[in-house]
Design a protein around this ligand. Structure first.
Ligand code: SF4
Ligand code: SF4
Length: 700
């Protein structure tokens, strides 16, 4: 509890820290713009698929790849040291430095060195360690840790960096980025040639040739690995590939995801120490580059992860850092607050859990909004959000989470509660909304009133039958959405049924860490499907859709028989060509709010604008990065401050739009948008797209 409170305080402080907010905003925007531009110039999805396949293949044979790498690297003159944990890696490095009587060490960026606490270890023993990557140098001078994998000083604005450099150098340094880069170049120059050893990380290792691959932009990695007499490279056991071709594909994917560039300024392939055969073809080790190359291969629990089924996917991570810059939570609070003690972001929580099994990182899982943006973005398709949910389910629930899940689990209890509340709310509501009450005023919301309507019985099947899986929010708050879907699909000759034995899909329970409650809910819904025997199952909530389609099949194999019949409503209308048959008259412009799961999970990015156009509207689509509205289900209960922060960003975009209408495809987003806009007395009207279709049909 105390840890959770402390984390909440950190979140609050980060949200109130204006310069952090500005730094994060600038960095995320730059990343997004560059990435989107490059993505459109290359076959990004194809590259992602190839990168994923390579990772899948290599993860299965890591021990063999490491063995082959060692053999080849030794043949090339490198010395390979295996370390199963941080202590062994530190001891190996110290032994090498002692043997060379090294005192001054230059380093290029290495997150593995952060993982093992290398700088503190060496500094305590009297070594002088100089970080030469600009971002790493900045955080070293500030006495901080990196807040991002590839951009360690991302949390600082240029003004803060200038103030830091001025303090360190004892002279005023202007907040001019070009000037600061020149200053770093001048200050660090001499260390490269004076250093006794250079320590680097490595992005990949190629087994067929014993080669290390290091990407960099600044050029410091080349100097660190090329000028000092000894080069020590730190690499972890998941970074091994078999061939040069595999490595180049992964490097392309890594660089584009990391910075939106097609390739970095430098890509170094290092195969053993420098050498020459220029005089009589006699081989001499140690020419202009290092005469010794030591490669420390650190495991820290990774190889055992490779045997743990789903969690193996954590090992695919290329450490590009792109997912963090796309993650709404990271964008809101930065990597010092969201992530593990070393690796930031959602993947950082997963990596920390994998590499520090004795520590409990479950409290960090609660910060994930499960928007799945990281999964959609990741160049190797790591389902970080899903894996984090898996961790939540392993770590267990708090008492209130158990109670809440219990309510979702008991249909009769939830329906009885809704009926009682629907009566009790009467004096407090007006025009379908709760009046402005003190608790809702504080949140700037006017909640939609409860409008519970029961499902219907099943008659004899008449023609093509569609089962509408309405989900809890439509059932209890927005029956108009259900009626719109029924009207629209009936218009096209379908028989629409909404069986009364439907229960909650189970997504809230899963998010509450109560996977065991999901089983009984899933079984009840599968029984309901079997009784109704539908030709199609239509959902109006993307989270529910994904849950019925994917999660049910993972939990219960018998659920897979329904997979091919489940469609999102908008997807069904567009892909079956129904929307085009409406032939609607021209209408106003409409701002479309993308629900996170619709676009990131169901990948239905193109369907909403197609549908809106078919209905005669002028769709106003948000450009990337899309902004989450902050509803986020259980996340908003756990993290009200973050939810409000997301809403503020969304609000800015909504209010900047001239469109009088807002459309969306998720009842959760509908709830959030209506509640906030109502409280603001905005003239904008918010609809589920199903309502717009029903209206268009009525207008004909
Ligand atoms: S999880 Fe994917 S996007 Fe995130 S750092 Fe790893 S490779 Fe990059
Ligand atoms: S699911 Fe969303 S909030 Fe969670 S780590 Fe991924 S991007 Fe961040």
């Amino acid at each position: 509890l105390l840890l959770r409170r402390a984390k909440r305080k950190e979140v609050k402080n980060a949200l109130e820290n204006r310069s952090l907010q500005e730094a994060l905003r600038r960095a995320s925007l730059q990343h997004s713009q560059k990435f989107e531009q490059t993505k459109n110039e290359i076959a990004w999805e194809e590259l992602k698929a190839r990168a994923r396949a390579i990772r899948e293949e290599c993860a299965k044979e890591l021990p063999e790849l490491i063995r082959a790498f060692q053999e080849e690297a030794r043949k090339a003159g490198a010395q390979v040291h295996l370390a199963s944990n941080s202590e062994q890696a530190l001891a190996a490095i110290e032994d090498i430095l002692k043997a060379k009587e090294a005192r001054l060490i230059v380093k290029s960026k290495s997150m593995v060195s952060e993982e093992i606490g290398l700088n503190e270890y060496l500094e305590k023993r009297g070594y002088r360690v100089i970080e030469t990557d600009l971002g790493e140098w900045i955080v070293q001078l500030a006495g901080e840790r990196p807040s991002h994998i590839t951009a360690p000083a991302l949390h600082k604005t240029k003004e803060e960096v200038a103030a830091l450099l001025s303090r360190h150098l004892g002279r005023p340094i202007p907040a001019d980025i070009k000037e600061m880069v020149k200053t770093a170049r001048r200050e660090l120059r001499s260390f490269f040639s004076e250093a006794d050893a250079g320590i680097s990380g490595a992005n990949l290792a190629i087994a067929e040739s014993g080669t290390l691959v290091i990407v960099s932009n600044e050029g410091n990695a080349r100097l660190v690995t090329g000028l000092p007499p000894v080069h020590i490279a730190l690499i972890t056991t998941e970074k091994f590939v078999r061939t040069l071709e595999q490595a180049t594909t992964l490097i392309k994917a890594l660089v584009t995801a990391s910075s939106g560039a097609k390739l970095t300024s430098y890509v170094s392939f290092i195969t053993g120490p420098s050498r020459t055969t220029d005089i009589e073809k006699e081989l001499v080790i140690g020419a202009h580059g290092p005469e010794e190359v030591h490669i420390i291969i650190l495991d820290n629990g990774r190889l055992s992860l490779a045997k743990e089924g789903k969690y193996e996917e954590i090992l695919y991570c290329l450490k590009c850092g792109g997912c963090m810059l796309q993650c709404p939570v990271f964008q809101a609070v930065g990597g010092h607050v969201y992530g593990g003690p070393v690796y930031p972001g959602g993947i950082g929580v997963l990596l920390s859990t994998a590499t520090r099994p004795s520590e409990d990182f479950s409290k960090l899982v609660d910060l994930c909004a499960d928007c799945k943006k990281c999964e959609e973005f990741c160049p190797v398709g790591i389902p970080s959000g899903e894996l984090l949910l898996g961790l939540k389910n392993l770590s267990g629930s708090r008492p209130w989470e158990k109670v809440l899940s219990g309510i979702f689990k008991k249909r009769s209890l939830a329906e009885l509660g809704a009926r009682i509340l629907a009566v009790l709310q009467r004096p407090w509501q007006a025009n379908g909304y709760w009046r402005s009450l003190p608790f809702s005023r504080a949140k700037g919301k006017r909640f939609p009133a409860l409008k519970f309507r029961k499902g219907s019985g099943l008659g004899e099947k008449k023609g093509k039958r569609i089962l509408l899986f309405e989900g809890c929010l439509v059932k209890f708050f927005f029956p108009e959405v259900r009626e719109s879907v029924s009207r629209a699909l009936s218009h096209f000759g379908y028989e629409v049924v909404v069986p009364k034995d439907q229960v909650c899909c189970g997504a809230p329970s899963f998010h509450l860490g109560r996977k065991k409650d999901v089983f009984s809910l899933a079984r009840a819904n599968l029984r309901s499907f079997a009784r109704a025997d539908p030709d199609f199952i239509i959902t109006v909530c993307p989270t529910g859709n994904s849950f019925l389609k994917k999660t049910y099949s993972e939990l219960l194999p018998e659920a897979s028989r329904w997979q091919g019949k489940i469609f999102d409503f908008t997807e069904f209308m567009v892909n079956k060509g129904l929307s085009l048959e409406i032939e609607a008259s021209p209408k106003d412009s409409v701002f479309y709010h993308y629900p996170c799961h619709l676009v990131n999970d169901l990948k239905l990015k193109d369907e909403p604008p197609k549908l809106l156009k078919a209905l005669g509207y002028k769709p106003e689509m948000e450009s990337e990065p899309y902004t989450c509205c902050g509803f986020c289900g259980v996340f908003s209960i756990r993290n009200p401050e973050l939810s409000e922060h997301f809403w503020k960003n969304k609000r800015e975009k909504l209010l900047a739009s001239q469109s009088p209408l807002v459309a969306t495809d998720c009842p959760g987003c509908l709830f959030q948008l209506r509640a906030h806009l109502k409280a603001e007395e905005s003239e904008k009207r918010v609809y589920h797209t199903a309502e717009l279709i029903a209206q268009a049909l009525e207008d004909k």
